[in-house]
Design a binder for this molecule. Structure first.
Ligand code: ATP
Ligand code: MG
Length: 560
């Protein structure tokens, strides 16, 4: 098997050395919010790597913190993983499935003199921990007899000790240069009911203790996680080595491998911060199309394949970096350029009247649905005396090199005729009421008999046939390019763009009235759009702009 990144290199090595006979990974989200695009990367790596080696991947909810977790999040996570195209089959687990096991192993560690009950309070604990350059101090309870710790630990479990009065810690070394190894906590008292175990437990294991046990009992071979866990790997291995081997558990211990997490320009990526945006009503919800959540990206119109392609292109690395969000845009654009049906929609309409067009006459043209793929067929467009064009495709006093419409100028209407502007009719307030134009009947098809050059090509819709649609345009929700570069004294909330959603009442060609949720289109010269799954109603579609077109209008005009 050919490895295509360093994680796969390790796996190939492990398989060749017969350390493992197959590959078994897991994706371990904490159900304290909706998944974001960083998780999508992790999902693609965990499930994708397993698939590559004919292995399997579990879904395991890390529900070790009862206070923050919720069933709503569990359900949304399952939906998102499935939508991305991955299948955990029947292997859906929860860290809480192993609470009994974790407890049993904790007693075993205590009896072996490898863990003790400590009564230091929060700030005393920090004080005893020492610093990166100086060793810590032993807890006064570090050398209490195992039997005493065991009795206290049982009291903790029975609810006889209050929160903060005691906790269980591993007995490793207070002088270890790795701070994570300075007698870390492995159990704490929390008198909070849990979304799955109810009130059965008042003590809960710490992630660093429960995670290796969960991996081990599930037979995970490669426990792939993000770089911040690199310094926790010695603890991961300590837990496994001190508990194992154990007849109840798989013979092979899992191996932890770290990769760099995804950071994206103009994007905050932490469930906690995203939850704040939702709770402070800065966005319409977790699935707001501006959110970097998988549900937001889905609603915006991203496809699972475009996100998988993105994950593939960013690859996996061992050092942190920040990915340009343009790469994400590129992935969906590439895909939709190939397969999205084209349509004409005028976002900010201004009326055009063709004065030399016969009153009541309507032409119907057959136009290609997708010039990139003629197999997508064609549709009919009607053309009449009154049309709409985009307000900013007209200028009364244009600068040089303005190739769109202005008084006296001639432009091509996409798939239709050439028109020349003869007169501008204004309202009392000075706004444009309509543009009076003439058309050249011989110009249809883009070729004129005298081969005169017409540089500008505009999209348009026929006013009789047009349907009203709502279109939503988005800016980055977060205005700072590098989310890690928030200046001192500022919070990321200061960089939330309050004007990042712009709603337009647009005029669209008629077939768009039948758009169904998640139908995707290229609106000519405007970008790629997706029918909103929540707010679209039959005959009243709402469209989200997924991305703009890379080259705004120059490129399009040369395509026509
Ligand atoms: P957050 O605070 O954003 O929720 P987290 O790491 O606490 O991040 P978890 O639910 O614990 O979120 O993560 C589940 C898995 O997804 C973990 O293996 C984690 O390392 C991985 N993950 C989280 N964020 C990213 C990211 N930005 N890029 C890649 N993987 C990520
Ligand atoms: Mg977390």
């Amino acid at each position: 098997m050919e490895a295509s990144n360093f994680i796969q290199d390790f796996i190939v090595e492990d398989l060749e050395n017969k350390r493992y006979s197959g590959v078994h990974t897991r994706f371990p989200p904490e159900p304290n919010g909706y998944l974001h695009i960083g998780h999508a990367k992790s999902i693609c790596i965990n499930f994708g790597t397993a698939l590559k080696f004919n292995g399997i991947c579990n879904l395991r909810f890390d529900d070790t913190n009862p206070a923050k977790e919720d069933v709503e999040y569990v359900d949304s996570i399952k939906e998102d993983v499935k939508w991305l195209g991955f299948d955990w089959e029947e292997r859906e687990f929860f860290a809480s499935d192993y609470y009994d096991l974790c407890y049993e192993f904790a007693e075993q560690l205590i009896l072996a003199g490898k863990a003790y009950v400590c009564h230091l309070k929060g700030d005393e604990v920090s004080e005893h921990r020492g610093t990166l350059t100086s060793p810590g101090k032993n807890s006064p309870w570090r050398d209490r007899p195992p039997q005493e710790s065991l009795e206290l630990f049982r009291k903790m479990r029975n609810g006889e000790i209050e929160e903060g009065e005691a906790f269980l810690r591993a007995k490793i070394s207070m002088a270890n240069p790795n701070m994570n190894m300075r007698d870390p906590a492995i159990y704490r008292i929390k008198k909070t009911s849990h979304h799955r175990t109810g009130n059965k437990w008042v003590i809960y294991p710490m992630y660093d203790y429960a995670h290796p046990i969960g991996d081990w009992v599930e037979g995970i071979t490669h426990s792939i996680c993000t770089l911040e866990f690199e310094a926790h790997r010695p603890l991961y291995e300590w837990v496994l080595n001190e508990i194992g081997p154990n007849p109840k558990m798989p013979a092979r211990l899992p191996r932890q491998i770290e990769f760099a997490r995804l950071n994206l320009t103009y994007t905050v990526m932490s469930k906690r911060l995203l939850r704040e945006l939702v709770e402070n009503n800065q966005v319409l919800g977790w699935d707001d199309p501006r959110m970097p959540t998988i549900s937001g990206l889905r609603r915006r119109g991203y496809t699972p394949s475009s996100l998988r392609e993105f994950a593939e292109r960013i690859g996996v690395a061992k050092t942190d970096s920040i990915v340009d969000i343009q790469l994400l845009y590129f992935c969906i654009r590439e895909e939709l350029n190939k397969n999205a049906q084209r349509a004409m929609v005028v976002l900010d309409p201004v009326k055009v009247v063709i004065t030399n067009w016969e009153e009541g006459k309507e032409d119907v043209f057959e136009v290609l649905n997708n010039p990139e793929n003629p197999e997508q067929g064609s549709r009919k467009l009607s053309f009449g005396k009154e049309l709409y064009i985009e307000r900013d495709d007209f200028m009364e006093n244009p600068p040089k090199k303005y190739f769109r419409l202005f008084p006296g100028a001639e432009v091509r209407l996409k798939d239709a005729y050439y028109i020349t502007c003869k007169e501008v009719i204004k309202k009392e307030n000075g706004d444009i009421a309509e543009l009076r134009c003439v058309y050249d009947p011989k110009s249809r098809g883009g070729e004129t008999p005298d081969m005169r050059k017409v540089k500008g090509t505009l999209h348009w819709v026929c006013s009789n046939a047009a349907v009203d649609v709502e279109v939503r345009l988005f800016e980055h929700l977060f205005t700072l390019e590098n989310p890690a570069a928030i200046p001192e004294g500022k919070s990321y909330m200061d960089y939330v763009d309050k004007n990042s959603l712009v709603v337009k009442q647009a005029k669209a060609e008629p077939m768009l009235a039948n758009a169904k949720p998640y139908d995707r289109f290229q609106f000519l010269r405007q970008g790629y759009f997706c029918a909103d799954a929540k707010d679209s109603a039959p005959q009243k579609p709402v469209f989200n702009r997924i991305v703009g077109l890379k080259d705004s209008w120059g490129k399009i005009s040369s395509q026509t």
